[in-house]
Write a protein that binds this ligand. Structure first.
Ligand code: HEC
Length: 108
């Protein structure tokens, strides 16, 4: 019985530790179209490094700077921010958008 408990504890610890490693970064989906490194290369879209607080570069984007509110709107539906937006990717889940915005703030 004692041995059985030990096995369970070890398994639970294993799962707990695997969690953060297996969970991908909130920005992993962006990487297919954006460079998130300090190299700031343009891929499909403009580089995202240092984007929070920066002025938008895309055509037709009327927001002054990227902040929590404007980035949230862009990720929800970029067409609402710029009718000319070429970014088709959308994030419907508000919690995911918040996690993405927090991760973008770390890119500096
Ligand atoms: C399928 C490709 C694709 C994916 C995935 C994608 N983007 Fe984009 N993104 C684009 C393109 C293309 C543009 C340029 C849009 C334009 O200028 O009309 C863009 C533009 C942007 C801009 C505007 C930058 C500026 O200043 O003009 C932001 C911010 C942005 N993306 C953030 C993100 C984030 C954050 C993610 C991940 C959650 C993401 N994008 C995922 C293609 C993508």
């Amino acid at each position: 019985m004692k041995r059985m408990m030990m096995v369970l504890v070890v398994m639970a610890a294993g799962l707990w530790m695997a969690g953060p490693v297996m969970a991908s970064s909130p920005l992993s989906a962006c990487k297919s179209c954006h460079d998130i490194s300090a190299t700031k290369k343009s891929v499909m879209g403009p580089p995202l490094f240092g984007i929070m607080g920066a002025k938008p570069v895309g055509a037709g984007i009327t927001v002054a700077v990227w902040d929590d509110k404007t980035m949230d709107q862009w990720l929800l539906d970029s067409k609402k921010v710029s009718s000319q937006s070429k970014m088709v990717y959308k994030v419907a889940d508000g919690a995911k958008r918040a996690a993405i915005i927090a991760a973008l703030k770390d890119l500096k």
